[in-house]
Design a protein around this ligand. Structure first.
Ligand code: INI
Length: 170
């Protein structure tokens, strides 16, 4: 995600995209499965391509995006995962239900990550139409599942880098 910034001053810390030896959980919603299945394919293949062993990837299926934060929190709290990837698709209907599901999902994922210190990435598509969701799950706008899988690896390695840099100073 993003380019490597061209900044040579001071002491810079980056997280690389090497997932060798990592254990990652994926919480994926069954709601709008025609989209989330594609997000899962993208995320899973990306993790494998970046060095994770298939046995070190656990996929947890939840009913809808609203339930993702609780599942992600439970996974993070086991201590068995270096990161959790969250995948869902909230597609706007005619009522304000969309806003509650999308908002609570985002808020819950953020707080689960901050409360546990485990990187939990936000791969919940929030779109007005089914086509917009398909465009972002392996269509013309890429695959959000791939993106957030990479972010998970990058954040794990970034946190290791931050901790290592602190220990070097002691
Ligand atoms: N869940 C989704 O993942 N996407 C949606 O678009 C959606 N809509 O539109 O209703 C949705 N609703 C279900 C919700 O996530 C919960 O499963 C449900 O409210 C029970 O708590």
């Amino acid at each position: 995600m993003g380019n490597v910034p061209d900044f040579q001053r001071g002491f810079n810390i980056h997280g690389d995209l090497d997932g060798t030896g990592l254990k990652i959980g994926i919480a994926v919603a069954k709601f709008n499965l025609f989209v989330t299945r594609k997000l899962l394919d993208g995320a899973f293949e990306t993790l494998i391509r970046h060095g994770l062993k298939e046995d070190n990837i656990t996929v947890v299926w939840v009913p809808g995006a609203f339930e993702i934060p609780l599942a992600a929190l439970a996974m993070a709290e086991t201590g068995n995962f270096d990161a959790v990837v969250c995948l869902g698709a909230v597609i706007r209907g005619e009522t304000s239900h969309f806003d509650y599901v999308a908002g609570e999902s985002a808020r819950g994922i953020a707080s689960s990550s901050l409360d546990t210190g485990v990187p939990i990435t936000f791969g919940i598509l929030t779109t007005d139409t089914e086509q917009q969701a398909l465009d972002r799950s392996g269509g013309k706008h890429g695959n959000k599942g791939e993106d957030v899988a990479l972010v998970a690896i990058e954040m794990v390695n970034l946190l290791v880098g931050i901790n290592d840099s602190m220990n070097e100073d002691i």
